[in-house]
Design a binder for this molecule. Sequence first.
Ligand code: C2E
Ligand code: MG
Ligand code: MG
Ligand code: MG
Length: 281
Amino acid sequence: EAKEKGKNQFAFYKPELTQRAEYQFQVEKYLREAIEKRQLSLVYQPQVNISTGKITGVEALSRWHHPELGQVPPAEFIAIAEKIGMIKKLTEWVLMTACRQALAWRERGFADLRIAINIPPSQLAEEDFVPAIKNIIGETGISSSDLELEVTENIVQTGQENLSVIKDLKARGILFAIDDFGTGYSSLASLKHLEVDCLKIDNNFINGMLEDNDILAIVEFMIEFGKKLGYEVIAEGVESVEQLDTLKKLGCETVQGYLFSEPVSGDEIDKLLTQKKVGLK
Ligand code: C2E
Ligand code: MG
Ligand code: MG
Ligand code: MG
């Protein structure tokens, strides 16, 4: 019997589609219980001021470790969470966990440290999103100007409500960043309606800019554009000193990437903050 020959053998007899459907079903089932089973965690990646070398903020990134599946990439499980209607719960967990960590840092004397949190477009439009944010700020006691919400430029398309939610939260002092800037579908004109504080240039541009002059021109444009509109510009995915030098020359303000630090635990961030500077010489 195939079943008795162990898992791999058994799988061999199954049509691929059935296997995949079963895997999908398992992952969905596991994800539903991931928060209760404490399998989710947050790591934090420093955002570094290019001229002072100081950490000005950290981006919170979710990690899911399942005993059988191992580490599941966030791009994968965030999409599944959307699909199975769990994204709201997950986003609230991220917000609460990250804000508690931010408060802990503040209590240890690390002031002016911004915490950036990824918010899926679907969540901004939820009618209780603004109350939820207010609640989290009230409960954790972090100051609203330490909180930055990262949204993709596609939210311009997803409706007028999103823009008014941003306005509302901005009026309360919360910061907004456009994530993965340059990869979405918004026109430059529509970006004008998005009143944000920060533009994050997507990894792929930084990754390609030294090999391709056209990409370099795009990066140059994005930095100029962001600065002219009064946004802070953050370059994501900075991995080399050459990239750093180029960004410095182009007038980019803030950098984030493996050159300084991978996303690390809250305790590791403590250590980096104590050293005050990361990676920059
Ligand atoms: P993102 O928000 O654009 O996050 C940046 C991604 O680039 C992270 O991948 C980070 O680990 C990676 N990265 C940072 N520096 C470098 C570098 O120097 N080189 C390279 N190659 N990569 C770098 P990660 O953690 O796998 O997250 C992927 C995406 O998943 C995120 O992209 C974000 O869209 C989403 N995500 C992660 N955590 C959350 C979350 O808590 N909530 C939501 N809604 N989305 C999340
Ligand atoms: Mg992000
Ligand atoms: Mg990004
Ligand atoms: Mg990205």
